[in-house]
Design a protein around this ligand. Sequence first.
Ligand SMILES: Cc1cc2nc3c(=O)[nH]c(=O)nc-3n(C[C@H](O)[C@H](O)[C@H](O)COP(=O)(O)OP(=O)(O)OC[C@H]3O[C@@H](n4cnc5c(N)ncnc54)[C@H](O)[C@@H]3O)c2cc1C
Length: 549
Amino acid sequence: MSESRANGQTSADLPEHVDGVFVGAGHNAMVCAAYLARAGQRVLILEAAPHIGGGTTTDEITLPAFRHNLHAFFVRWTPEYAVWNDLDLDRYGVTSIYPDTQNAVPFDGGERALVTYADLDRSVAEIERISTADAAAYRRLYTDYTELVAKVDTPMRFAPPLPTDELVDLLSGSRLGRQYLAMDAQSPLDIVRGAFESEPVRSLVLFNVSVRGYLPILDVPGIGSIVALALANSQGARMVRGGTNEVARAIAAAVVDYGGTIVADAPVASIDVSGGRATGVTLANGRSVKTNYVVSGAPSPITMTELVGHEHLDPSLREELADYRWLEEALFGVHWALSERPAFTAEVYNPDVPTALNLALGYESSDDIEAHMHLVRSEENTADAPLHSSIPTLHDPSQAPAGHHTTFGWHFVPGPSTRGTWDEGAVEERVKALVETYRRYAPNVDRATLATASHSPDATERRIISMRGGDRHHGSFHPTNWGINRPSARMPGYATVIDGLYLCGASQHPGGSFHGQPGYNAAACVADDLGLDKWWQPVDIRAALRALD
Ligand SMILES: Cc1cc2nc3c(=O)[nH]c(=O)nc-3n(C[C@H](O)[C@H](O)[C@H](O)COP(=O)(O)OP(=O)(O)OC[C@H]3O[C@@H](n4cnc5c(N)ncnc54)[C@H](O)[C@@H]3O)c2cc1C
């Protein structure tokens, strides 16, 4: 990967000593490293894979010139986003695309579809065609939740987790805080079914909750606030011109411009600890680098028990990490190279269906989603394969040869229990099921197909060694694994029980997805410990919550 050698470095000619070593060039580690490099630190990022960016891969896996986003595709990165702004990613030519048509959920066997837009009035008008009561409820909740997310949820994500008692105390002092607490006490399924009467609207909102990694826990009380985020953001999804990896490329370029070094093909085999302090890392090829501190973007249980080692952990922490709750599902993907775009039966009802950035195929009601939740929990596959899709080339023709298209289907399967089971037969069976679902809603898909390629949870792990069994969020969003409990009540946040060792990946608050928040929060934690000047403006979460009305 070019960035790995941007400053002429390979794992054969590493420096002997740097200020900070980062394990992995996932986006979170690169975000953290970029902030610290700009604060004057000499940072070195070591990536196991030949490519950088972790779960932001864009690759030509079907045919040449057809670019597929194998992992993150739906993103929130815009020039207004704090991290984008701070790191001035505009200077690297990265562009986010914000389609007018945001969601389409075909129903009535694909004869009709609920479509929502970036524009609230257009969304409400479409819902009105199905239910007047839901149109009014959607407008009211969208407005309420947008305020709740802007003033409560987002600041909490861009800050370290607070102890539960203190958080409840702070939130109890305001109208918005109390609304957040009341929502959070419920389950997403109960909130959505209580708020809307029509099944397509319920399905649209629950689908937007599920895609964040919540499908297997939709009926669990204690995570209801995710409905506010999902609904408020359901009209804000974006994609990246040229593919998601372009943002990772821009963050990597920022690291290098601030004086940092990124080396690919450099798996870290151990974090060296002496006298209770992290003193360096040793690579799989035997080379060592000494450092003042180590920041790991690999999941915390893997970092602590495999890279550091049990002998440095006390028995109760070892037990907590052994019981770590991994994500309860994984995504099985199929990617298509197409000669023409899929044409949906539901276009007769609403011609905007194909341009929806989020397409939910096979989830026509909340019952469909709930049934899938139960199957994933009992570690079974569905007979059919409901899927999450998009046609990226309708918004960015550069992702395929002229006049051609790409599409994909992501489908929830049980995880991580299926780790290592995705042999040829299992893959073929799921591909067949996904193609069948796509065909049901867009009958021309077979004729349009030039090539397909699958991406099973095992294939994800082959590309990203730390996404075991395809665990894309480095752990569950269950309430026992959230906030101050993530990754462990004994070791919340970003500092660890080893001096000079920090964690910055998706297993830290506020968890996975391509948003860089764990990396951003970890940078402030390291900067505080080292007494560095924080050149950016981190959120003072206590002050933000006290100031709420
Ligand atoms: C199929 C799929 C679809 C997804 N879709 C979306 C989406 O649409 N939107 C969204 O926001 N998110 C999506 N995600 C989730 C998102 O990709 C992840 O949550 C995100 O990548 C986590 O970022 P991270 O930096 O914490 O870790 P990772 O991306 O996992 O990066 C960790 C890096 O560390 C490296 N590493 C690990 N161990 C070592 C070691 N010992 N030595 C050296 N390097 C090491 C790995 O190789 C990897 O590059 C998706 C993920 C998958 C798999």
